[in-house]
Structures are given as C-alpha cells and as structure tokens.
Write a protein that binds this ligand. Structure first.
Ligand code: HEC
Ligand code: HEC
Length: 310
C-alpha cells in the first residue's frame, strides 16, 4: 500500500520511520543561506582587521584601525603611542581629543578680559558647562547647588546684594583670596539690656517688628558707644571693603530673622549675633587650589550665569 506522503511531490531521502515520518531534502531558503554566507564573510574580514585569535600568550592583532594617542609615563613625560585597535586606546585617544578641545577654550579664557567673556557665545557655552562642574565640585557644599546660599553658612550668589562687591574684579578677588568677615562679640562689652536695644534698632532698619522705644536707645548705641557704625557705616548699609553686612536690606546671613515667626524669636536671632559676633564666616581661598583660568571661569559663572553680578 502506498502512503499519501509517498505520492506527494516533496523530495525525500527515502528514509521512512514509523510508517509515515519522512526525511525531506528541501533546499534552504535563499535569504537564510545568504545571511549565513554574509556572517561568515564578516567574521573573516573581522579576523583580518581586528584583534581576534589567541596564539599562545599573544593574539592576532589585526591589520586595520591602528590607534595613535598621547600617554603619560609614570614620571609625567608625554609619549606618542600607536597600537592595534582596543577599547582602552580608543578611550585614551578620545580623552586626548576632548582635552585638546578644552585646552583651546582654557587658552581663550586666559587671553580674554573678564568682562569680554560673556560677549563670546562659544566661550560662554564653555563657561556654563565647565563652570557648573567646578561650582558643584567646589562651591555647592556651602553656597548650595543653585548658588542660593544658606543662612548661617554661605551667602546667596544669585541675588544682586553683595557683601564684598559684585563686580568681576571683586568676585575674582573673593574667590582667589577667600574672605573672612569678622565681627567682634559684644558679650561683656555691652550690657544685656543695651544689646537688646541695639538689636531692636537693627530690626527697625529693615521694617521688622520691634520695640520703638528700645530701638531709639539702640540708635544711640549703634552710633555711639557700640561703635557699630565704624564697620556697618552711619547709614548701616555696610561697607564692602570690610565685608560688613548691609543691615537695612531684608537679607540675612547670620541672624536667621526670616525663619522666626514671632517678634521675640526675631529679636533673639539678632541678639545672638551681636552677643557672639561673627567668626564662622570663612570663605576659603581658592588661589593655588584652582588654576587662574578655573577661577576666571567661576567668576564669570557667578557673575553672569548665576546672574547677580554688577
Ligand atoms: C566652606 C564653605 C564655602 C565654600 C566651599 C565656598 N564658599 Fe564662598 N563664601 C562662604 C562664606 C561663609 C562667605 C561669606 C564670607 C564673609 O561674609 O566673610 C562666602 C562668600 C563668597 C562670595 C562673596 C559674596 C558676596 O556677597 O560678596 C563669593 C563670590 C563666593 N563666596 C564664591 C564662592 C565660589 C565661586 C566658591 C567655589 C570655588 C565658594 N564660594 C566656595 C563659604 C564658602
Ligand atoms: C569690626 C567690624 C564690625 C563691628 C564693629 C560690628 N560689626 Fe556687625 N558685622 C560685621 C561683619 C563683618 C559682619 C558679617 C558680614 C557677613 O559675613 O555677612 C557683621 C554682621 C552683623 C549682623 C548679621 C547680619 C546678617 O546678615 O545676619 C548684625 C545683625 C550685625 N552685624 C550688627 C552689628 C551691631 C548691632 C554692631 C554694634 C553693636 C556691629 N554689628 C558691630 C562687622 C562688624
């Protein structure tokens, strides 16, 4: 008896199992065959061009795609290297390239006067990206990520109120040399009552709630035996050469007046500063730690990108 399969036109090897299982000899589809050939050709080309086969302790290095890059030896000398294709050399070459591109901008920053940097759009782009990195690496811990500062820690660099001055020159000087605003403690110099009175006067200067009578007495102390005017000025607007605070704006760095909701709380904050003085206000020195160009980038970053510069 002939099975149905044997009657069909499909070519088979003639082998039959279990009466109806046949071994067919259909040709492979062309698309499959060609894909297969292409992978073989690809592999052979790859072996020739790239590092591929292990031979003992070495390997075939490949003929194409040699990479040249500059490497530093242990004693800091630069040597030109050329080697077979590998990820490490590729990375080195790319880093060299990026560095060269950066070097170009660094040189340009060095040659450009501070006030002219923002006029150069390309250079400003460099300031924005590299300034941001420098700022978050070195400054954000105190001045916060956006430069908005933190009461009791470091001043706001975004507003246009400046303790030491917001010109390019002043900002550059601040970053290079650091700052250390010092106010003596008045504990023992003025009686407690007088400290309360002068604190009321300070609050009155920025329109905070205060005792008018005490503030009047405080006015006399501020301009008299307290000697506050020597540093803060007769109009209490501060002196940028000394870094004494402007007491008439509503900006506070050491006395956290805005955080207090009651008049007593506000008075207490100001009293504390006058009693203890200010000695923790230390802006570190960056000259020597950062290059002159890095400080220049940061100066423009603070002045123009954070944007409170004058
Ligand atoms: C350890 C904390 C700290 C770090 C870090 C720090 N600063 Fe300061 N910075 C201060 C303090 C505190 C002051 C205020 C000093 C004073 O009033 O005497 C200040 C002041 C300043 C001023 C002057 C502000 C004004 O109103 O005149 C500038 C500008 C400034 N910092 C920029 C920077 C930059 C840029 C960096 C990063 C390179 C930096 N600071 C890193 C704490 C810090
Ligand atoms: C030797 C100079 C000097 C004298 C004198 C002085 N101050 Fe100050 N005062 C400063 C400096 C510097 C700061 C801190 C500025 C900074 O780092 O923001 C300061 C800060 C303050 C602050 C804190 C402001 C804030 O933003 O939180 C108050 C309040 C203040 N002074 C009041 C007084 C009063 C009142 C007197 C007189 C009894 C006085 N000062 C005398 C130099 C002085």
């Amino acid at each position: 008896m002939m099975s149905q399969e044997q009657k069909s036109t499909v070519q088979t090897t003639g082998h039959v199992w279990d009466d109806d299982l046949r071994e067919a000899t259909n040709p492979l589809p062309n698309w499959w065959l060609w894909t297969f050939y292409i992978t073989i050709i690809f592999a052979i080309v790859y072996w020739v061009l790239y590092p591929a086969w292990p031979i003992g302790k070495s390997f075939t290095k490949g003929m194409g795609n040699n990479i040249s890059y500059t490497a530093k030896t242990v004693d800091g000398k630069e040597v030109q290297k050329s080697t077979h294709w590998n990820m490490r050399a590729k990375l080195m070459a790319e880093m060299n390239e990026a560095q060269a591109a950066q070097q170009k901008y660094v040189a340009k920053v060095a040659a450009t006067p501070l006030a002219d940097v923002p006029k150069d759009a390309e250079l400003m782009q460099f300031v924005q990206s590299s300034g941001k990195t420098l700022f978050s690496d070195n400054c954000a811990a105190c001045h916060q990520a956006g430069g908005q500062g933190k009461v009791g820690m470091a001043p706001n660099l975004v507003d246009d109120s400046w303790i030491y001055g917001g010109s390019y020159e002043k900002i550059n000087e601040t970053i290079t040399n650091g700052r250390n605003g010092m106010m003596p403690a008045f504990h023992g110099v003025l009686t407690d009552e007088k400290i309360t009175q002068v604190a009321n006067y300070v609050l009155s200067l920025s329109g905070e709630p205060h005792n008018a009578e005490a503030a009047k007495a405080g006015d006399a102390i501020f301009h008299g035996e307290g000697g506050c005017l020597v540093c803060h000025g007769p109009d209490a607007k501060g002196n940028q050469d000394l870094g004494s605070a402007n007491l008439t704006d509503k900006i506070w760095l050491w006395a956290n007046v805005p955080a207090q909701s009651t008049p007593e709380g506000k008075l207490d904050e100001v009293r504390k500063v006058i009693t203890a003085g200010v000695s923790r206000g230390k802006m570190p020195t960056w000259g020597g730690r950062l290059s002159a160009e890095q400080i220049k980038v940061l100066t423009v970053y603070v002045h123009d990108v954070l944007g409170g510069g004058k």
